[in-house]
Write a protein that binds this ligand. Structure first.
Ligand SMILES: C[S@@+](CC[C@H](N)C(=O)[O-])C[C@H]1O[C@@H](n2cnc3c(N)ncnc32)[C@H](O)[C@@H]1O
Length: 252
């Protein structure tokens, strides 16, 4: 476990946690007595039983699909943009990551973005699916990249306020039960002035899918509508031939 993690890891309700080792590694919330397990170094701060709606459905879907995710996304990116790196760099190049920065990806999945980012930063990843996080962990070991992984909901980030220099989410936002709440959470855990980036598929792409009876996705709202008025430098654009939107903004 990364030294110093207890300084900023919290329960989903924002209470402090203590590292606890009695047979197994765990975090303990001393007032409530609730223990949060650490499964193969992944910190699980999620009440699986209370998951509902999209969060419950997509957790199950991604747990099952996790082993095939990298293969299928690589094939899709090759078909769409020639190669995966070109496609991902269209949004990752908008992040400015300095040496030593604390960087967090919300809905990190298998961590396919991380290998294209400054290796001299400190990385953290959150996802609702333990299956995806396990794949991510194996990949990071192969790449010899250090990362701290946390299983949690984007709508209740178990992180202390003002903790991160870079906050981003790629490909999860349209799935969240409550995207507005996730934006408020990303702003809360970002340090003042931090650039936040959100990218996902556009409504245009969804409509293309929906012509196909096999795939019916629900409506995608323009993500700008979720931003509080206080956000600065709001920029929205479409990339990858209009398949993806990228929204960037700064915490005041
Ligand atoms: C399409 S994948 C994107 C993974 C990765 N960011 C990438 O670019 O390849 C979507 C991810 O969002 C995660 N996810 C869905 N809803 C979530 C939620 N409410 N909170 C956290 N993660 C969520 C899924 O488990 C899945 O790993």
């Amino acid at each position: 476990m990364k030294p110093g993690i207890t300084e900023f890891i919290r329960t989903p309700e924002g209470r402090a946690l203590e590292y606890f080792h009695e047979g197994e590694d765990e975090f303990l919330q001393t007032q409530t007595g609730i223990k949060y397990p650490i499964y193969k170094e992944i910190i699980c701060v999620l009440d699986n039983i209370s998951l509902t709606g999209n969060n419950e459905n997509y957790q199950k879907m991604y747990d099952r699909f996790s082993m095939f995710y990298d293969f299928t996304t690589k094939i899709y990116a090759r078909f769409k943009s020639g190669n995966e790196k070109n496609r991902l760099l269209q949004y990752l190049s908008l992040l400015d990551i300095k040496n030593g920065d604390k960087v967090i990806e919300i809905s990190i999945g298998t961590g396919r973005n991380i290998k294209y980012l400054n290796p001299d930063a400190e990385f953290y990843g959150i996802d609702i699916s333990l299956g995806m996080l396990r794949q991510c962990q194996k990949k990071m070991k192969r790449l010899m990249r250090e990362i701290t992984l946390i299983q949690a909901e984007a709508e209740s980030l178990p992180i202390k306020d003002d903790s991160f220099d870079v906050v981003f989410s790629a490909g999860g936002f349209n799935f969240f039960n409550n995207p507005g709440k996730a934006v408020i959470e990303m702003l809360r855990i970002a340090k003042s002035g931090t650039k936040i980036l959100i990218t996902d598929e556009t409504e245009k792409l969804r409509l293309k899918y929906n012509k196909n009876d096999f795939y019916k996705a629900s409506e995608i709202k323009n993500p700008v509508t979720y931003l509080p008025d206080s956000c600065r430098n709001i920029e929205y654009k479409e990339i990858c031939d209009g398949d993806l939107y990228v929204l960037t903004f700064n915490k005041p």
